[in-house]
Design a protein around this ligand. Structure first.
Ligand code: FE2
Length: 509
């Protein structure tokens, strides 16, 4: 029997049939005698989770997406449970621009939504154009409850550097069901042009290699969150903003990604934009209802629920509307495991971003709703907390929207019995910083020096159990019913850390 992972591996290994490099960052389809000359591809086909999120029969979906230069095309996506395909998805397209300066170069973002799926459905897909087979891959909708799942988390990728490629390769070797990229997918400003140069070529490389990257995105869905390097420009007050004067192709997060649209329709603190009205309007037309809604969303996969948030500095997490939505989301899921994902870590003892603590005010809410693990990045290293509970003394500086010092002092209750080996039932939330996904590392001297893993402003409470700062790494999660294993793997494939977390088995209904 072919397992699902074998299926994805084989599909990922043979994907591109007919698109060949035709210059820097562009790919050409073969000439056809019986159809129009197709425009050059600027992003090879990749899959995205789409808006299905609750593992309901008939409501799951997957999006196949790619980008081309401007030109006529007659693209069609075939899909089906075997390489006989059998069904066809209509292709839609939206205009977008790429590149700095002026109005940018025009591009077209193409999508084919494969909807009406049930959980755990596996399909082959094939992109056709001008009568030719152009690309193919495999996809699966989210796995249903009681199915063992694995996923990889990392973030703070870089400029497509060798470190990014090694992380992509070791991610591929894990055969994950999906990837959770916890923000800062590219540097410097989250533009279309940067995604095309640094993101897609690495995580959707044609072949897998430690110095090349891997063919992940064509068969493995990436979830992600909007982070500071998606909104890197500054307004006149020095606050984060997407400036369409400087970057007409800003906010690629909202145009390249296709994630669930079940968050607040109109967030109180949406991603801010500035610049010429016509450029902002063109971006909004390209993003459609994904902007600003896709800043916050949730989804289920196997026995786990994931709540993904925008933690950028323009957000005040004290916002009652946000907290009400979070409470509703976390209290209505029946998933055994609850993850919350956002970019800025509430608890972190590094030197770079220690003060950016505004998300700490959410800790009581997360504890009240039984959240197991919080995944973040921003600090370019690996930090695993002990299970902890946190009671803020007050809102502190958490509401100082735009500020860098967002400190929130409070009282810690740390579970020092849990060790992830023989004591595997945590009393509190595990906060994981997995920000060593490619960018230059912070505090490389902290590895193996637990005496440095505290901070005087937190009264030197030893809430960090493990910290590795001198190498890039990724987090590998395996969830098998009431047992969860997390292993931290470095860019050479060596295991740096491993914990097991268990809980009482789910009662059979
Ligand atoms: Fe960051």
């Amino acid at each position: 029997m072919i397992t699902r992972r074998d299926f994805l591996r084989s599909a990922g290994g043979v994907t591109v049939l007919a698109l060949s490099p035709a210059g820097r960052g562009v790919f050409a389809a073969p000439r056809s005698f019986d159809g129009p000359r197709l425009p050059l591809f600027t992003t090879l086909p990749y899959i995205q989770p789409g808006s299905g999120s609750l593992l309901r029969e008939g409501e799951e979906s997957t999006v196949v997406a790619w980008q081309t230069q401007v030109g006529d095309a007659d693209f069609v996506v075939d899909f089906g449970p075997s390489e006989g395909y059998g069904r066809t998805a209509a292709c839609e397209h939206r205009s977008r621009v790429s590149g700095r300066g002026g109005d940018g170069e025009p591009r077209i973002n193409w999508t084919a939504t494969i909807g009406g799926l049930g959980p755990g459905q596996e399909y082959f897909y094939r992109v056709h154009g001008s009568g030719k087979r152009l690309a193919e891959g495999g996809l699966s909708s989210g796995l249903r409850r009681r199915r063992r799942i694995s996923f990889v988390a990392f973030c703070d990728n870089s400029y497509g550097d060798i470190s990014d490629r090694a992380i992509a390769y070791h991610t591929y070797r894990q055969n994950p069901d999906f990837v959770m990229n916890c923000g800062d997918n590219v540097y410097e400003s989250g533009t279309e042009n940067e995604y095309q140069r640094y993101f897609f070529p690495v995580y959707n490389a044609d072949v897998a290699g430690v110095r090349l990257g891997a063919p992940l995105l064509r068969s493995v869905p990436f979830y992600t969150v909007v982070a500071n390097h998606d909104v890197q420009d500054k307004d006149p007050n020095g606050h984060e903003v997407a400036d369409f004067t400087r970057n007409p192709d800003a906010l690629a997060y909202y145009t390249a990604m296709h994630l669930p649209l079940n968050g607040p329709d109109a967030p109180t603190f949406p991603t801010p934009t500035m610049g010429p009205a016509e450029r902002v309007a063109a971006f909004r037309a390209s993003a459609g209802n994904r902007f600003p809604r896709m800043a916050n969303y949730s989804f289920d996969y196997g026995d786990a629920h994931f709540l993904c948030l925008d933690s950028n500095r323009y957000v005040d997490p004290n916002d009652s509307a946000l907290q009400a939505w979070m409470a509703r989301d976390l209290s209505t899921t029946d998933a055994l495991w609850k993850f919350v994902v956002f970019h800025h870590p509430p608890f972190n003892v590094g030197n770079e971003h220690y003060e950016v603590q505004h998300m700490r005010v959410l800790s009581p809410l997360l504890e009240a709703h039984g959240v197991d693990i919080v995944l973040s990045g921003h600090e370019h290293n690996y930090q695993r907390s002990r299970p902890l509970k946190f009671k803020p003394d007050s809102a502190g500086r958490s509401a100082d929207v735009g500020g860098k010092d967002r400190r929130v002092p409070g009282a810690f209750t740390v579970d020092r019995v849990f060790d992830g080996i023989s004591n595997t039932r945590p009393d509190g939330v595990l906060y994981i910083v997995t920000g060593a996904g490619g960018k230059h590392l912070y505090d490389p001297g902290f590895t193996d020096h637990p005496a440095r893993w505290t901070h005087a402003d937190d009264r030197d409470v030893a809430y960090v159990a493990k910290m590795v700062t001198d190498r890039h790494s990724l987090s590998v999660f395996d969830i098998d019913g009431p047992s969860l294993t997390m292993a931290q793997i470095d860019e050479a494939g060596q295991e740096l850390d491993r914990i097991v977390v268990t809980k009482a088995p789910r009662r059979r209904s």
